[in-house]
Write a protein that binds this ligand. Structure first.
Ligand SMILES: [Zn+2]
Ligand SMILES: [Zn+2]
Length: 440
């Protein structure tokens, strides 16, 4: 073994041993802070706000940060709240939480269940619920920051933290970036975030190196025909028949044009056309959600959608000036791709706190998360999104024995094991930050 290699190994051994020495401190402090975080979580759960309406939640997050001594910038691109905590020379680590809830009527029967109703953007009264666990994300985020501030002697560097609006509609991250998140504040060396996962036991985390959440695009197809009386189809061009053919033929994009090893989804989620049984309408509208992991795959999907739609219309005799219009929405959620090196480090630090057996390898999901946007800027920030197990272990076993699954995200019955999830979230994220801060 070369002298230099010996030195490096020696240095690594010192680093790891000094890290394991503070693991006890992390456990003790996280446990204390998780009591505060649990109360905060119950408050947030009872006071959910819809995407882009998170004003009270944002104020509460800003207050939590100010109480800890963060420099706080509110309304940073909408309701986003940004905080900075400088603690000497060292890396800059970004921690992100999301703040929005969903228009869902809670049916958990919890004593702190939400009974809140608000007006949505169309003025309709809707029930609101934190059915995606963002209340837990915020509580863990605050609890982690409180723990890190209490243990500030153990690390050096800068925390850039963001409480982000509108994750559910994919608008929050983009606005914060456009507003100058990476230019007006210290540029992060790493960015970390959680999402709860009801399929995993509370006390465990799920980690994927590489693809975690899929990219999302929305497409619209307007199919034109020539309307008329339903009794005289020969005098019309029926857009309902053309649209029906398009819906079926679109299924062949994934099954016939994309490699079976490439994860892609093409779903037609909405189809509207016509008013009466005896009228052939002039047009039919389709709305699609597309899920993907690679630019090559999504480009192929879009090309396929255009080709199939236009061919189906031509085949039915639609003139060239009335061929279908295909619109791909510009607002985009890119895939979340966890940085390999960062994920490896997190496995190491989290393993010291909850044991390697509590770090589960999970498969990539086809749902989207706008956290991926933070890695897609010119700064190319390495990111890692960690799944935070949230179901009670006994409940999970009981359900598994019956062949059932826990209530998923976005369910009115979502019922996490709040205390265990919060404590684990705080201790693991604190360990990650301290571990990464000790590296330099
Ligand atoms: Zn969600
Ligand atoms: Zn979510």
């Amino acid at each position: 073994m070369k002298y230099k290699t010996v030195l490096i190994l020696f240095a690594m051994a010192i680093q790891i041993s000094s890290f394991s020495q503070i693991v006890n401190k992390i456990h003790t402090e996280s446990k204390q802070q998780s009591a505060y975080a649990l109360e905060l979580c119950k408050y947030l759960h009872q006071n959910p706000e819809l995407s882009l309406q998170e004003t009270e939640t944002a104020k509460r997050m800003a207050r939590e940060l100010k109480d800890l001594g963060f420099e706080v910038t509110e309304n940073f691109g909408g309701n986003n709240v940004v905080g900075i905590y400088k603690n000497g020379e060292g890396p800059v680590i970004m921690l992100r939480t999301d703040m929005d809830a969903l228009p869902i009527e809670e049916k958990t029967g919890l004593d702190f269940a939400s009974t809140k109703k608000v007006k949505d953007e169309d003025g309709n009264e809707v029930a609101v619920m934190h059915a995606c666990g963002h209340d837990i994300h915020m509580s863990v985020w605050v609890g982690t920051l409180r723990t890190l501030v209490a243990l500030r002697e153990e690390w050096k560097g800068t925390l850039l933290v963001i409480a982000q609006q509108a994750e559910e509609i994919s608008g929050g991250a983009g606005l914060a970036i456009e507003e100058g998140l990476f230019t007006k504040f210290p540029k992060p060396d790493y960015a970390l975030a959680y999402h709860i996962n009801p399929e995993l036991e509370a006390g465990k985390i799920g980690l994927v190196s590489g693809p975690v959440f899929a990219g999302v695009k929305t497409a619209e197809i307007t199919v034109y025909g020539e309307g008329g009386h339903g009794a005289y189809p020969e005098k019309c061009i029926d857009p309902i028949v053309i649209a029906s053919r398009i819906v079926l033929d679109l299924q062949t994009i994934v099954s016939r044009e994309i490699s079976p090893l490439e994860p892609v989804v093409v779903t037609v989620g909405s189809i509207h056309g016509g008013t009466r049984p005896n009228i052939i309408p002039d047009e039919v509208k389709l709305e699609l959600t597309l899920r993907y992991y690679s630019d090559e795959a999504i480009n192929k999907v879009i090309e396929g959608i255009k080709r199939i739609s236009i061919s189906a219309a031509s085949m039915a005799g639609v003139p060239d000036n009335k061929l279908p219009k295909i619109y791909i929405h510009e607002v985009e959620t890119p895939p979340v791709l966890n940085n390999h090196k960062l994920s490896e480090n997190i496995v190491k630090y989290a393993g010291e706190v909850i044991g390697n057996e509590s770090i589960l390898h999970v498969t990539p999901a086809m749902v989207g998360e706008d956290f991926g946007k933070y890695s897609k800027t010119d700064e190319k920030i390495p990111i890692c999104l960690i799944w935070l197990g949230s179901s009670n272990a006994d409940l999970l076993k009981e359900l598994q024995n019956k062949g059932e699954k826990p209530a998923p995200l976005h369910s009115p019955f979502l019922n996490p094991d709040y205390p265990k999830t919060i404590e684990t979230g705080i201790s693991v994220m604190t360990a990650n930050v301290i571990g990464l801060m000790m590296r330099k």
